[in-house]
Design a protein around this ligand. Structure first.
Ligand code: ATP
Length: 291
């Protein structure tokens, strides 16, 4: 008798403002062909980490597939931290930066096949204060934009676009950032400080040429140029990054201090304002299915 294995599919119903009915049906159909049963959890927006952890303990899935945006993947990574369970990703959020950095395919069928497949990347886990980050976190203008987006009624790319002007008007820039690593301490004025494990933002903007998700280090980028419009254009991938624009440090551990509290986001989730961020690479990694 063949052993039937179970996968946990975590679906964020609101992510990307897209209906996930077809996604779920296609996922079940392709899984059935691979003799895999699917248990589905629809996220609630509250206590999801706790629920996913509980279901994982009870049902012991051999893999968890996250269908949502970056926030959903981050939530799943937090839920199963310390457990040796691989993750699959079906990008279906308004921001899919991790999927972009993992080079996941465009078509849903291919994405499902990759998620169900056996090729994995051991992705670094970054601890930022009490949070886990996988690809891009930042302090400053981009986090302010995410804050405004999260409190607005419009979802998706349009939602971000609509918040651009109010964010520019309300921004408290420039910010004073001090970064301490084991080798150096620097203080810079800037509009944005990014803590990058990956190379690109979800828009495709390649801000961190040295970024590799699995290299055991992260980069700190300080956007020194104070031209907000230019920076937002760069983040939206409309113009190339200019060389006098950015300062880059590569490290495994850093303490970032701001003079005043600054907006902070981790993998697209706004976390409020903070003056201190302690960042370090965790010893454990997370296995994510890749093409
Ligand atoms: N059922 C739900 N109702 C409301 N919010 C939810 C629900 N499930 C998850 N969420 C919220 O969705 C967010 C994560 O969304 P995710 O990043 O995966 O997709 P997204 O489309 O990029 O999201 P967003 O449009 O908010 O950027 C979290 O803030 C989480 O609390």
């Amino acid at each position: 008798m063949k052993e039937i294995k179970e996968i946990l599919l975590v679906v964020n119903p609101i992510a990307g403002d897209i209906d996930k009915k077809d996604l779920v049906e296609d996922f079940k159909a392709i899984s059935a062909k691979c003799d895999v049963e699917v248990f589905i959890y629809h996220t609630k927006g509250e206590k999801d980490i706790k629920h996913v952890r509980k279901i994982t303990r009870e049902r012991k899935p051999f893999k968890i597939v996250a269908a949502g945006g970056d926030g959903t993947i981050k939530m799943v990574a937090e839920a199963i931290k310390g457990l040796d369970i691989p993750i699959g990703v079906i990008p279906s959020g308004s921001a899919n930066a991790l999927a972009l950095n993992l080079n996941l395919p465009k078509s849903l069928e291919e994405q499902i096949n990759v998620a169900l497949g056996q090729h994995y990347l051991d992705v670094d886990l970054i601890s930022l204060n009490d949070e886990i980050g996988l690809h891009m976190s930042d302090l400053g203008i981009n986090a302010e934009l995410i804050k405004n987006y999260e409190s607005s009624t419009f979802r998706g790319k349009l939602g971000y676009l609509l918040q651009t002007i109010p964010t520019l008007i309300q921004s408290k820039y420039p910010f004073n950032f001090t970064v301490e690593t084991k080798d150096t301490t620097i203080t810079e004025k800037g509009v944005l400080l990014a803590i990058a494990n990956a190379g690109k933002y979800g828009t495709g903007a390649k801000v961190n040429p040295d970024g590799k998700l699995d290299d055991g280090v992260f980069e700190i980028l300080i956007f020194k140029n104070l031209d907000l419009v230019e920076i937002l254009k760069t983040l939206r991938n409309e113009v190339n990054l200019s060389s006098d624009f950015i300062k880059i440090l590569q490290t495994e551990k850093a303490k970032i201090t701001c003079k005043e509290p600054v907006a902070f986001q981790v993998d697209g989730e706004y976390l409020g304002e903070t003056k201190i961020v302690n960042v370090k690479i965790l010893p454990e990694k997370i296995k994510i299915a890749v093409p």
